[in-house]
Design a protein around this ligand. Sequence first.
Ligand SMILES: NC(=O)C1=CN([C@@H]2O[C@H](COP(=O)(O)OP(=O)(O)OC[C@H]3O[C@@H](n4cnc5c(N)ncnc54)[C@H](OP(=O)(O)O)[C@@H]3O)[C@@H](O)[C@H]2O)[C@@H](O)CC1
Ligand SMILES: Nc1ncnc2c1ncn2[C@@H]1O[C@H](COP(=O)(O)OP(=O)(O)O)[C@@H](O)[C@H]1O
Ligand SMILES: [K+]
Length: 515
Amino acid sequence: MKIFSAEQLYEADKITVEKQEITTEALMERAGIQIFQWLNRRLNGAPVPIRIFCGIGNNGGDGLVLGRLMIEHGYNVIVYVVNCSDKRSKNFLLNYDRIKNVTKKWPTLMKGEADFPEIGSEDIIVDAIFGIGLNRCPGGWVKKLIQYLNESKAFKLAIDIPSGLYANLPLEDKEAVLKANHTLTFQTPKLSFFLPETAPFVSNFDALEIGLDIEFLQTTEPLAQLISKPEAQRFYKPREKFDHKGTYGHALIIAGSYGKIGAAVLSTTSAFRIGAGMVTAFVPKCGYNILQTTVPEAMVITDKEEEFISEIAFDIEPSAIGVGMGLGKNKATVAALKVLFQKKDIPLVIDADALNNISENKDLLKLLPKNSVLTPHPGELKRLIGEWKNDYDKLEKAKKFSEKHEVVLVIKGAYTITVFSNKLYINTTGNPGMGTAGSGDALSGVITGLLSQGYDQLLASVFGVYMHGRAGDIAAGQMGYEAIMAGDVIDNLSEAYIDLFAREEETTNNSAEKS
Ligand SMILES: NC(=O)C1=CN([C@@H]2O[C@H](COP(=O)(O)OP(=O)(O)OC[C@H]3O[C@@H](n4cnc5c(N)ncnc54)[C@H](OP(=O)(O)O)[C@@H]3O)[C@@H](O)[C@H]2O)[C@@H](O)CC1
Ligand SMILES: Nc1ncnc2c1ncn2[C@@H]1O[C@H](COP(=O)(O)OP(=O)(O)O)[C@@H](O)[C@H]1O
Ligand SMILES: [K+]
């Protein structure tokens, strides 16, 4: 699924109206009906008070449509107009009249703090104050209203986007954003839904199809691409009957130091589980017995040093290399990396201490083979690209870094974002249970294992991140978040493959994974 900017969505809106020969009010009605149906399915006629706070633009218009439909279906609805200015959009006004025709009285006009209503904890708040047309930070009593709503224990449903959040611009004032419990967004989610500073305001979301022009959606270059199951299915390379282990390549995992040999074990295992034909682990001597015992399927090459890697020399011909997990920062290791980076013809995944070594020895950056995959968590990223002012600044810096050094950057986190040149790929799988030592090592092994099977660097990254997260989600389904260990994620890579083509089950809610 594509993620578009607010500007692109306005354009889509315009083109849709022209091509489908409908009015903008008809499009708003479609949007309102979608929200009504979503809410009606869940409430099923319950008499709970529904308080709809409408702004004076088209987001407010959506709120008015919803209000009218809910009232017509017998719900207990109170509609407020948040009079943040005396302007009104055309479709707001139209629906303002329409709701009056149904209720025979005007919605409650709010002009200041004195008008804030009492809200029960069982009520439902619908936030239709500002949508993607927000053009400045909410201030004055409107900001106070947002804070007042946030303090309420009532369930908060945001229409299109939580009020106060921009679709694709950084947060200005986190005190002036509605903290939704759920967001119903139109057609496609917005970029802010996936970034650490802004995503918490959105919580769960559903993207509601409102029939925007398909040709526009298909042909327009998006801000980012969302990676869910349909995309992952397209990435998958099926196996052929007469394939053999040579077909699936030979992954080399260069990892581990004294006390951190587990990192090598995890990456080696995950490279196997994702399907590498052969895996060799290159470890310091102290890792030999451990690797041979824990992963008997792997071959092992040892460094001449007992406790760290000092010279990366091997006489095998790997089809992909993953380096850095638990490697440590010994000077000799840095020198060894320098030599490794001269091997320009083998696809490379660079993680953890290999990244830290690069950050501390920036001359290594210039040596990076083209299209190498770098997999930093936020701390490692900061050391690589420098501090950022906000999430959007971070993405710009990451794009520049990727372009300049011609590398794939996999920025790990709740929504892992793969950056390649100026393109962004946002992953939708994974869960907080994966915040556990070694789950990053598992990911490096996965990407290396995919590279060894012939996936290119971008595909291996994006597909690998999806599969790793999916395996984590399956693990969470079996054991909850807290108990998950990295090994459980790896063990479930098999289920993640099976799940890839399993028939979709009905899930209760959410998100890009479903929509
Ligand atoms: N294609 C689609 O996806 C579809 C979109 N649809 C819906 O349209 C929504 C976008 O509507 P929109 O363009 O009218 O903008 P919206 O968000 O209602 O607010 C703009 C108003 O707020 C005002 N304003 C702004 N900031 C302010 C501030 N800080 N403090 C105070 N005022 C502020 C601004 O006033 P002004 O700057 O002119 O003074 C203007 O009047 C979209 O989110 C979706 O819900 C669907 O109906 C159909 C299909
Ligand atoms: N809240 C979360 N939601 C989704 N994925 C997560 C979450 N927390 C961590 N992860 C994933 O777990 C992995 C953690 O990697 P990393 O921090 O490098 O761990 P380690 O260094 O211990 O191996 C990353 O792939 C990251 O995306
Ligand atoms: K809103």
